[in-house]
Ligand binder design. Sequence first.
Ligand SMILES: Nc1ncnc2c1ncn2[C@@H]1O[C@H](COP(=O)(O)OP(=O)(O)O)[C@@H](O)[C@H]1O
Ligand SMILES: CC(C)(COP(=O)(O)O)[C@@H](O)C(=O)NCCC(=O)O
Ligand SMILES: [K+]
Length: 259
Amino acid sequence: MSFLAIDIGNTRLKWALYAGPQPGSPVLHQGAVFLETIDDLADGPWKGLPEPTTMLGCDVAGDAVRRRVEEQLELWDVEPRWVVPGTHDGGVTNGYDHPNRLGADRWVSLVGARRRVLAEVGPGGTPRPALVVMVGTAVTVDALDAEGRFLGGLILPGFGMMLRALELGTAGLKVPTGDVVDFPTNTSDALMSGGSSAIAGAIERQHRKLMQRTGAEPLLYMTGGAAVKLAPITELRFETVDSLIFDGLLAIQAHRLAL
Ligand SMILES: Nc1ncnc2c1ncn2[C@@H]1O[C@H](COP(=O)(O)OP(=O)(O)O)[C@@H](O)[C@H]1O
Ligand SMILES: CC(C)(COP(=O)(O)O)[C@@H](O)C(=O)NCCC(=O)O
Ligand SMILES: [K+]
């Protein structure tokens, strides 16, 4: 009953083959490729993999990319299935004005985060609110209350986008990025520190607002390719969960198959 989870972002496609379609199932194989190379998946990373029995993916890179991935999936006799955010799943209530317009990766990461929130509840304890930060091509900062309601979230440019915008929009910022320091004294450090502070500032603001809204100290989960860049610069306690989206896909698939 092996299960293939696929996360198509705007920069990279991440995939993982699990022994079964339920949370906690061991990973058999996994990988990440840049979108430019997804037409080589069947002949490349996926060649020789055991055939997945079922598959579930989330795609935020558009229908054309999804169709190219479905062509690669023809390597196997597996039915491509893609998450469309609904009003409820995995204990999460979707508070978006139009639930199905929420990015599928955001929705799936919220489901993955809610599982972790519930797993952290001690005996006689109550679930905590959570902030879910995805640091990818864009950055999202999403808030879950203690009951698992998705209250809403921010979208802001990711590191790469911010730096490219500055480089394209100015004459003097075509320099490599530097380090994150408190008071940058060169252009490279100023760029890296500025980008990091913008993202960390958004996270700290939402953390404070969620705490005020719920009266409890939120858990903070970070995921995404660039989460590692952000790690050193926020005073907040957070947990980096590289597999958060896959955790959500496993939970949703397990729920689907149990119906
Ligand atoms: N191996 C890598 N090479 C280059 N950039 C990377 C790599 N891994 C992560 N990144 C950084 O993270 C972003 C892509 O992370 P990812 O979570 O895959 O984004 P998305 O889900 O939007 O495709 C890039 O914008 C880049 O800043
Ligand atoms: C915000 C995103 C672009 C993030 O995508 P990513 O950075 O992971 O490639 C994606 O979640 C998306 O396309 N959302 C749809 C719009 C919304 O969530 O309101
Ligand atoms: K993503």
